[in-house]
Design a protein around this ligand. Structure first.
Ligand code: ADP
Ligand code: MG
Length: 398
C-alpha cells in the first residue's frame, strides 16, 4: 500500500479544517523542562505544513505510563517547549484534557493556523483499551486524521487505531511516511550491498527482524552482548559474558543457514565486572570469571572497514559494547563514525534503537549524518519482522 501524505493533496484540502495529528511527544521531562527534544523537533514539518495551510492543528500524544491523571506526566511542559520552537507566528495552546468539554471549548476558539496540544492520552485508560466511546469523543473534535507517530503504530490504541477509523480521511504524516518507506525498502528490496549491524542485549526483540533481513543482507555484523550468544553457539569460550540461553537454539540455526555472511568479533575488551578498572584485551576465548564488554581493536578495524565501505544500504541497531562506560565505548564510537562515513559516501543509512541513538550522539555523530533516524525502536523491529501495524494499515489516504 502506498501511503498518502500531506503533500499529495492540494493546499485547499486543509484550509479551515480541524486536523487531529497523533504525534509521539513521549520525551523526558524533569522539573517542568523537556530534556532531549528530538521527537518534538521531528514533528515540526508536519505541524507547520498544516498550520501554514490554514488548518487548525490538534496534537495528541501519550507521555510515559501513568495509571490515570497524574501531574508528573502532564504534557504542559511539552506545549511550552513546542511554542518555543515552532514558527513564532503560530499560536500554541494546551488543553487540560484530551477529550470532553475542555477540549471542545479550546477547539471552538481555534483560528486557522493555530496549534492545540491535548493533555496526555494515557490519563484515560480507555486510550490503551481502544474503548469505542473514547474513540468517538477523540474523533469528534476533528475533520481529518493524521498519524505521524510511527513508534506507537504497532499498538491498537484509540489514538492510533480506533479513533482513526472514524475519519473519512486518514493520512500519514511526513515522518511516518519516511519511516515506512525506508523500512519497506529494507524489507523488500534494499539497495545492494545491504549490511546489517546488530548489537545490544535484547536478541529476543531482534530475532523477528533478523529472520527477514538475514536472507536479504550481504553481511550481518554482530557486536554487543548479542555477539556472545553467537560465539557460544559456535563453541567459543565466553566466560561470564551475557548469554541469551533461551535463544541459543535459534542462533545455532541462523549460523547453520547464514554462517558465511554473519561476522562475529574475534577479540574483546574484557573485565571481571563493568566497574573493574583493570580491563584486558582478549583474543579468541574469554576465560572463566571474565566477561566481554566491548569488541576489541582488531574487530573494530574489520567492522569499521565493512561499514564505511558500504555503497548500498546499512541498518544499525544495538551498541557494540557497554558504551555507557568509557572503557567499553570504543567499538560503538567507531561504528557510529563509520556509519557517518558511509552516509557521506552516498550509502543509505538507517539507525534505530533508543540506546543506539544515544550512543551515536555520544560518539559525536548527529542526526543529519544519517539518512533516516528511526525513533520507533520496537515498532521498527516489528515492522521489519513483518508484523501487522494497526496504526499504519488504518491509514487510507482519502
Ligand atoms: P537499543 O536500545 O538501541 O535497541 P539494546 O537495548 O538492545 O539497544 O542494548 C543496549 C544496551 O546493551 C546498552 O545498555 C549496553 O550497555 C548494553 N550492552 C552492549 N554490549 C554489551 C555487553 N557486551 N555486555 C553487557 N551489556 C552490553
Ligand atoms: Mg534499549
Amino acid at each position: 500500500m502506498a501511503l498518502k501524505t500531506l503533500s499529495d493533496f492540494e493546499d485547499g484540502k486543509f484550509d479551515g479544517k480541524r486536523v487531529l495529528v497523533r504525534v509521539d511527544f513521549n520525551v523526558s521531562v524533569s522539573n517542568g523542562h523537556v530534556g532531549e527534544d528530538y521527537r518534538i523537533r521531528m514533528s515540526i514539518p508536519t505541524v507547520e505544513y498544516l498550520a501554514k495551510r490554514g488548518a487548525k492543528v490538534i496534537l495528541a500524544s501519550h507521555l510515559g505510563r501513568p495509571d490515570g491523571p497524574d501531574s508528573d506526566y502532564t504534557l504542559a511542559p511539552v506545549a511550552k517547549h513546542l511554542a518555543g520552537i515552532v514558527d513564532r507566528l503560530m499560536a500554541v495552546r494546551f488543553a487540560g484534557d484530551c477529550v470532553g468539554p475542555a477540549v471542545e471549548t479550546e477547539v471552538s476558539k481555534m483560528n486557522r493556523g493555530d496549534i492545540l496540544l491535548l493533555e496526555n492520552l494515557r490519563f484515560h485508560k480507555e486510550e490503551e483499551a481502544n474503548d469505542s466511546e473514547f474513540c468517538k469523543q477523540l474523533a469528534s473534535v476533528a475533520d481529518i486524521y493524521v498519524n505521524d507517530a510511527f513508534s506507537t503504530s504497532h499498538r491498537r490504541h484509540a489514538s492510533t487505531y480506533g479513533a482513526a477509523r472514524l475519519f473519512d480521511t486518514r493520512l500519514a504524516g511526513f515522518n511516518l511516511r519516511k519511516e515506512v518507506e525506508y523500512l519497506s525498502m529494507m524489507r523488500e528490496s534494499p539497495p545492494k550491498p545491504f549490511k546489517v549491524v546488530v548489537g545490544g542485549v535484547k536478541i529476543k526483540d531482534k530475532i523477528g527482524a533478523l529472520e527477514h533481513l538475514l536472507p536479504k543482507a550481504d553481511k550481518v555484523i554482530i557486536g554487543g552482548a548479542a555477539a556472545y550468544t553467537f560465539l557460544k553457539a559456535k563453541g567459543v569460550k565466553t566466560g561470564k559474558s551475557l548469554i541469551d540461553h533461551e535463544h541459543l537454539p535459534w542462533v545455532t540455526k541462523a549460523l547453520d543457514a547464514y554462517g558465511d555472511k554473519i561476522m562475529l568479533p574475534t577479540d574483546h575488551v574484557a573485565a571481571v565486572s563493568p566497574a573493574d578498572t583493570s580491563i584486558s584485551m582478549v583474543k579468541g576465548d574469554i576465560q572463566d570469571g571474565m566477561a566481554g564488554f566491548d569488541i576489541g581493536s582488531e574487530t573494530i578495524e574489520r567492522y569499521s572497514a565493512e561499514v564505511a565501505g558500504t555503497s548500498g544500504m546499512i541498518f544499525w541497531n544495538g551498541p557494540m559494547g557497554m558504551f555507557e562506560v568509557r572503557a567499553f565505548a570504543n567499538g560503538t564510537v567507531n561504528i557510529a563514525k563509520s556509519m557517518a562515513l558511509a552516509y557521506w559516501r552516498g550509502a543509505r543509512t538507517l539507525v534505530g534503537g533508543g540506546d543506539t541513538l544515544e550512543a551515536m550522539k555520544k560518539s559525536g555523530v548527529n542526526e543529519s549524518e544519517v539518512s533516516h533516524v528511526s525513533t520507533g525502536g520496537g515498532a521498527s523491529l516489528r515492522y521489519l519482522a513483518g508484523d501487522d501495524m494497526p496504526g499504519v494499515s488504518v491509514l487510507n489516504g482519502n
